[in-house]
Design a protein around this ligand. Sequence first.
Ligand code: ATP
Ligand code: MG
Ligand code: MG
Ligand code: MG
Length: 439
Amino acid sequence: MRLSRYFLPILKENPREAEIVSHRLMLRAGMIRQQGAGSFSWLPLGKRVLDKVCRIIREEQDRSGALEIMMPTIQSADLWRESGRYDAYGKEMLRIKDRHERDMLYGPTNEEMVTDIFRAYVKSYKDLPLNLYHIQWKFRDEVRPRFGVMRSREFLMKDAYSFDLDYEGAKEAYHRMFVAYLRTFTRMGLQAIPMRADTGPIGGDLSHEFIILAETGESQVYCHRDYLGFEVPGEDVDFGNAAEIAGIVGKWTTPYAATDEMHDEAAWSAIAGDDKVSARGIEVGHIFHFGEKYSKPMNASVTGPDGKEHFVSMGSYGIGPSRLIAAIIEASHDENGIVWPESISPFDVALINMKSGDTECDRVCNELEAALSAAGKDVLYDDTDQRPGAKFATADLIGLPWQLIVSPRGVAAGEVELKNRKTGERENLSIAAAIARLG
Ligand code: ATP
Ligand code: MG
Ligand code: MG
Ligand code: MG
């Protein structure tokens, strides 16, 4: 991609409305534009990151056995009357009427709708387990939308829903999703800690919030230092092996980790002072077992091996891709801008032509762009006539992991300069070596 033909509306000044660094940097890097209270457009650079985040989420959901569907954003109130949530949900739900005066709503979540799909088709325990997910926009009329896409009103959510014959099956489904979440966040360069979360009237211990530690987090959280050194299961983890999956969950739920609402002073005080991590955290994911909460009122049942009807035992599993991007920036930036982890960077390489229009610089840049693209790399080629200082500032701001700098002096010596955005390390390489390194 040539920057001269791209749409990258960089802001030079810090936007006054942005209180936290991720919001500031997303606006400055031209990733998003605010359209109203808690409502954002995703501009080309932001959209690329959003797509990469969703791709990783998808791959890990699929690996764990979940199946992707897509449900509408606008739902009928009648479905929500069946579960009793139409009245119970309160002011966060955006209620709409269609031209026939029918009550509709913009989905804040999809338990009712997915239960409706399930009950229409699935009749036997032999068709279980089943886990259906989608990645779809949600609307919640938050009291205080703030911090950009961190807490917006319209936001993207991956929500998965598991259906099982009984509690044991539902617990295994919960475990699989737990492990899928560990892998998902790690692949994005994040250290997410599963913390015990409130189960409310459902009870039990199957509710965890996945929390990123960050000063700007909205929740107060407490955990054992051990979590910071835990290794996340690799790609070879066997989701078909319930004992292996349960073992991983066991390890990741043994040391103390709880959000404010679940905090237990007695258990906390038993931990040695140095091992206590009390910090602010960002909730990027939440998994929850709720049993028959929806299947019972909505009559979603299957015939069991005993020949009797059983209400299915369900769970739901959310991740906020839009919030995640803000959380990643909170965790990975410096005074010059964003520092993307490679896996979700909008492009792989910033190719910087320090003297666009110079025949030799242009020739070398074209050669590098072609060779790296052929090797499957996404290159953002700054071919504009901006001054080098401005080009470097832009490249640092948008935070691509590698900058490849082509200058008249370098080209005369047959060399280009490679800069690592994260470490700042610079190195002169021949053109062929640069291609080999990045390709
Ligand atoms: P919060 O406690 O921050 O209000 P929540 O507990 O209401 O979040 P869930 O219902 O558990 O959120 O939704 C699943 C995920 O969706 C959250 O873990 C978060 O990543 C994301 N999410 C929820 N609300 C928002 C929002 N207003 N803006 C962006 N992402 C959100
Ligand atoms: Mg909320
Ligand atoms: Mg919450
Ligand atoms: Mg939650």
